[in-house]
Every structure is written in C-alpha cells, then in structure tokens.
Design a protein around this ligand. Structure first.
Ligand code: ASP
Length: 297
C-alpha cells in the first residue's frame, strides 16, 4: 500500500491513523520514547525540495519506532548527473528499503516512484498536488483541540492554487465533515476547486483559520505586491481575525512568512495559535502512517 494522496486511504484507515497518532502524541508528551516495532526496517528519505518539518518528523517518527533512516543527499547524488526519477527509483528500490518517503517539485512524482518500487511510498509533497500526511496531522490537531471535526467551519486562506497542503486538506477535512472554505487573492485561486474571493468572507464565524504561505517559487508571474500590501489585503491581522468565531484557532503548515500572510501577534499567540501543536502531531501522525504502511497494523 502507498500513501500518495488522501484518496489512497479508506475511511477506516484515516480513523486508525488519527487514533494511533493521538495515542503516540500522548505517549511522546509523557516522555515515552516510542517502541521498536519497526526494528530492522529501513526508511529512505528522498527530498528533492527543501524541508524542515516534514523531513525531520519522518526521520524522528521512523527512529521512534526503531527503524533506521537513510537520506539521499539529492544535491550530491547522481540526480545532479542527469539521472531520471525513474532510474533513481529503480536503483533505490533494488536496495530493498521497507518504505520510501519522497518530496518532489513535480506533480505525480510519488505515483511514478510507487509504480516502480515494491515497498510502500509516502508522498511528502509533490509539486502543487498533494501533501497527505500534512492534512492528516492538521486533522488530528483540529480533532484534539475541538474534540471533533464534523460541523466545524475551516477557512483555508492564501495561495490555494499552488498549495498541496490546501488540496489535501480540502479533501480530507471535507470527508471528515468539516465545512471547508477556500479563499485568497484572485490570481492565487485554483481552477478546479470552489473558492471564495474574499478572505474576510471566509473568516466570518470560522472555527479554524488556516493560513498558507505564498509559494513564490511556484508562481508563473511575480505578484508585484508592495511591502505590507499582501498582509493588508489578504493576510491574517488581528482586525481580520476578529471576524472569526470567538473561540477560533490559528493554524499554519509552516514555514511562515511573518508580516506577509500572518501577523506576529497571531503567529505567537499562546491562546490562539496551534502551529507548534501541528508540528508535535506531525511526528505522531507519521509514526502511525509508517506503522500502518510497513507493518500493516
Ligand atoms: N511546508 C509545506 C509544503 O511543503 C507548506 C509550504 O511550503 O508552504 O507544502
């Protein structure tokens, strides 16, 4: 089994990952170091794009379950000599890893690798397409805070068009019964998904406000915005956040562009921001995913 999209998972598997993720989060918080159920297993990390949270949390998750982790340093690898993704996949597959985690700038890259290697493949972000483990950790963060997902209004705001996080979250949170609202600057809205033009409208009464980074590295054309303009028009300011429900919480997948899509006062608000909680759940959810995919439990 592979995890290349939210659609890879059945409802039961989603439930299992969230329940197991919660269990791991509690035990890690209690100072438990995990266990060795994946002892003797090897996870390959293949990151063609930059990463802090996803890379480190997959490695930490694997090690907390006793697995070894090997990272291909892409910049020093044969990729730089022109090797294709397919040839790299065949080569790594022949080393018989027990799972392969891949992040790549091209949409569909994880599926291309999954078609070649025999072990489970986990998509750690492919271009603008999907980032399923981010959506799972976001769902768990919401569920653990509110005690439910069903019926909550979740405003996902910013560069929806280029955000694999938004695409996976829109699928998963809607499947779990949330009312998902997508909004952002007109030129950063998607073609295929229904979205609102106004961030203000999306925030109205929202229970969760999830802000997204402008993916400047993926823009076809520069936005040409003046300093401060994006924050004023589309970003999360205290004034705009006042439209959300009184108990609303702030999320962001990171990395944050402070002063662009989010104001410092909200990014760092200990009562409102769930951002570090998302990071914490990232390790726990990835432990649950690796366990499900490698040992099938
Ligand atoms: N870290 C997330 C991703 O890789 C979000 C972002 O980069 O803005 O998609």
């Amino acid at each position: 089994m592979d995890l290349t999209s939210i659609d890879s998972l059945s409802d039961d598997q989603v439930e299992t990952i969230l329940d197991e993720g919660e269990r791991w989060a509690v035990s890690l918080r209690d100072g438990d170091g995990g266990d060795d159920r994946l002892r003797g297993r090897v996870v390959f990390n293949l990151f063609y794009e930059n990463s802090t949270r996803t890379l480190m949390s997959f490695a930490t998750a694997a090690q907390r379950l006793g697995a070894g982790v090997v990272r291909l340093p892409v910049e020093q690898s044969s990729v730089k000599k022109g090797e294709t993704l397919e040839d790299t996949a065949s080569t790594l597959g022949a080393m018989r890893p027990d799972a392969l985690v891949i992040r790549h700038r091209e949409n569909g890259a994880a599926d291309r690798v999954a078609a070649i290697v025999r072990c489970p493949v986990i998509n750690a972000g492919d271009g603008t397409n999907e980032h399923p483990t981010q959506a799972l950790l976001d769902a768990l963060t919401i569920r653990s805070h509110f005690g439910r997902i069903e019926g909550l209004a979740v405003a996902i705001c910013g560069d929806i068009r280029h955000s694999r996080v938004a695409h996976s979250n829109a699928k998963l949170l809607a499947r779990l019964g949330a009312n998902v609202r997508l909004a952002g600057p007109p030129e950063l809205l998607p073609d295929g998904l229904p979205a609102l033009d106004s961030v203000d409208e999306a925030m109205e009464g929202a229970d969760v406000v999830m802000m997204l980074r402008v993916q400047r590295e993926r823009l076809e054309r520069e936005l040409g915005d003046q300093p401060g303009e994006y924050l004023r028009s589309f970003g999360l300011t205290a004034e705009r956040f006042a439209r959300a429900a009184p108990h609303a919480m702030v999320m962001h997948p990171g990395p944050m562009n402070r002063g662009v899509e989010i104001e410092d006062s909200l990014a760092d608000d200990p009562k409102r921001a769930l951002i570090m909680r998302q990071v914490e759940y990232g390790v726990a959810v990835r432990m649950a995913c690796l366990d499900l995919l490698i040992s099938g439990s």
